[in-house]
Write a protein that binds this ligand. Sequence first.
Ligand code: KIV
Length: 264
Amino acid sequence: MYQESGKRLTIADLAKLKGNSPLVVATAYDTNMARLIDGAVDAIIVGDSLGMVIAGLENTLAVTLDQMVYHCSLVARGARRSFIIGDLPFLSYQLSPEQALLSAGRLIVEGGVQAVKLEGGISCLAQIEKIVSAGIPLIGHLGMEPQKVHLYGGFGKQAKDETGAQKLKIEAHAVEEAGASALVLENIPHDLAKQITEDLCIPTIGIGAGAHTDGQVQVYHDLFGLDPDFTPRHAVQYRELGKEIREAVREYADQVRARKFESR
Ligand code: KIV
């Protein structure tokens, strides 16, 4: 749904896309990138992946709620048409439903996003219900949950055997019943993502989950080839902007050093 009108997409608009048109989602973490992708994507996720792609950390665990609030507010300043989802970072919601609602409320009120996302299934149902009952749209996140990186021993594919697949299906249904408006499925077998997508009423948004989810989300660094050293296996790269930036900065440096740079 390319949003050319001045109006922002709502959670109801996203729900209506299920079965009609694939949802297009990408990350953004600042005003400039939000402006560039606004309206071309249905939703923007201000992901805690910023710990890795912006802050250069090994995982997302050290990202704080204050940092998320700040980055959400930057994206909210730049995006007027796409629906904006802010990530609840590690330990900002796990302690209690009350903690989850207070954290979600900060992303909505101070960050200016329209929905929050949290990782987890059965263990987080009370949190999901509390947030949704306060009127905040919530997006679930199952499969490879990056905040459980140490439990999984890495970022590899999850739910690979029958037991894991059954457990994930139960969790997905439970998250939907608790009131989630959509569900991110990360790095799981593609046929499992297809089954869950067919079983649920809410849209699924895949990342490394194959072509049959209701939508796709990608981290923009992966889409545009911005990390010179790493591209995840599931990423689809549309440009090599990292390479172009390196070439451009080399040209600039050469001109300055040769005293050929013309200041305007
Ligand atoms: O943190 C993130 O960017 C995410 C999306 C990739 C789904 O969780």
